[in-house]
Design a protein around this ligand. Structure first.
Ligand SMILES: Nc1nc2c(ncn2[C@@H]2O[C@H](COP(=O)(O)OP(=O)(O)OP(=O)(O)O)[C@@H](O)[C@H]2O)c(=O)[nH]1
Length: 387
């Protein structure tokens, strides 16, 4: 149940029975009630002086004057204090009386009255009331009875004030604890999110958005182990842009970057979700394809890659090396990648020799020099290279 749906009594679990048991704790009896009631007329006569003297003394303490703050507040306090002093001698100490005392505890906590200031104010008030008793009651026994009764009632009040004061303090601490816990939780999830972002960033090549080489070997090993458990083949494709240095030199580094991005985009578009695509470094790329044979990689990936890349880049060519492993024997990750790289270089060498032969032939027969040495559709040559 919400706190705002409960009365102060309910929150404090104060019942008529509880009030009676508190009175019993201080031996506050019917005789005390009578003694206080008998003194009410004299208190009524002296009430203005008691309140004046009380606030005269209170405002002379700079800490208290600072808390009171302004004349309107002082006027309100004077009215409340007047009512309280009269209540003390009313003879009725019921739920309503208790409720007013409980509220005082809450207000004191809210405005920041420290217990020492509250207790010193109680002491001042008692002294002022004692002074009136001493002046007006000749019978020492009767005077003592009134003083004792006022002592018990004021102590009874103080316990109520302190109960709400402490309760309010505890809920303040719990609130602060809740806030601190929520803050810690939000920080924890922020740190988690940021760590994940950083982890992703540390795995990503900033130019192409592909995975960077840092985790290549670890990923390949993980994929190979999983494949081994399921007895599935794994393929590795190694790609390298041909004569990229001269492309950079003639077209500029920025155009070179565009080429690398276009190659990465084509790779991303045609690979499957389970494939892992890396920029190996410079103009070299590496793709690990779980559950895929060499022929499938060649037929599915290279053909489609060439078609795709042709749409965005028509003046570059790439060399590929493909290799698979499993499902009976498995290469180590390093050796598999190295072999794919070697196949790519073999293909590149063969391709370059072929181009040189064609260029020499063209030199001999210049009228036939229409061959585009940078043509991309070299899947036939790839086949040759990997066989
Ligand atoms: N634009 C651009 N160029 C890069 C980047 N990283 C490396 N390079 C360049 O890529 C070129 C790679 O050249 P090489 O390794 O000599 O290979 P190549 O010119 O492609 O020759 P082959 O591999 O034999 O076909 C070098 O000139 C590097 O400076 C990059 O992020 N952006």
């Amino acid at each position: 149940m919400l706190q705002t749906e409960q009365t102060l009594f309910e929150q404090m679990r104060i019942t008529e029975l509880e009030i009676e048991s508190r009175k019993a704790l201080f031996s506050f009896t019917g005789a005390d009630v009578k003694a206080l009631q008998s003194f009410k007329p004299i208190i009524e006569e002296n009430i203005d002086k008691i309140v004046d003297d009380f606030y005269g003394l209170q405002t002379s303490v700079s800490e208290i004057a600072l808390l009171i703050g302004d004349s309107d507040t002082l006027a309100r306090l004077r009215t409340a204090q007047r009512r309280y002093v009269l209540d003390l001698f009313n003879g009725v100490y019921d739920l309503e009386y208790v409720n007013n005392r409980l509220r005082i505890g809450l207000v004191h906590k809210r405005i920041g009255v420290e217990p020492k200031l509250y207790l010193s104010a109680v002491h001042t008030l008692k002294e002022l009331i004692y002074a009136v008793i001493n002046c007006s009651v000749q019978d020492t026994h009767q005077g003592e009875c009134i003083r004792v009764a006022i002592d018990k009632l004021v102590l009874f009040d103080v316990t109520l004030v302190f109960d709400t004061y402490i309760r309010s303090l505890v809920s303040e601490i719990e609130n602060a604890k809740d806030k601190a816990e929520k803050y810690a939780q939000s920080m924890e999830s922020k740190v988690k999110e940021r760590t994940q972002q950083l982890e992703e960033l540390s795995q990503t090549d900033p130019l192409t958005g592909l995975l960077n080489v840092r985790h290549l070997q670890e990923t390949a090993t993980r994929i190979l182990r999983a494949a081994q458990r399921r007895a599935e083949p794994v393929s590795v494709i190694y790609l390298d842009v041909d004569d990229f240095k001269s492309f950079n030199d003639t077209q500029g580094h920025r155009s070179g970057d565009e080429v690398l991005r276009a190659v990465a985009k084509a790779i991303k578009e045609i690979t499957r979700a389970e494939d892992h695509c890396f920029r190996y470094g410079g103009d070299e790329f590496c793709i690990i394809m779980p559950n895929c044979r060499e022929e499938q990689a060649r037929d599915n990936f290279i053909t489609r890659f060439n078609q795709k890349i042709k749409l965005s880049l028509n003046n570059i060519s790439l060399s590929f090396g493909i290799i698979d492993t499993g499902p009976y024997e498995y290469e180590e990750a390093n050796s598999l990648i190295h072999k794919a790289d070697q196949r790519m270089y073999s293909y590149k060498r063969a391709s370059k020799q072929q181009q040189q032969t064609m260029a020499a032939a063209n030199d001999l027969a210049p009228e036939n020099s229409t061959a585009d040495v940078h043509s991309i559709s070299q899947s036939q040559s790839v086949d040759k290279a990997v066989e």
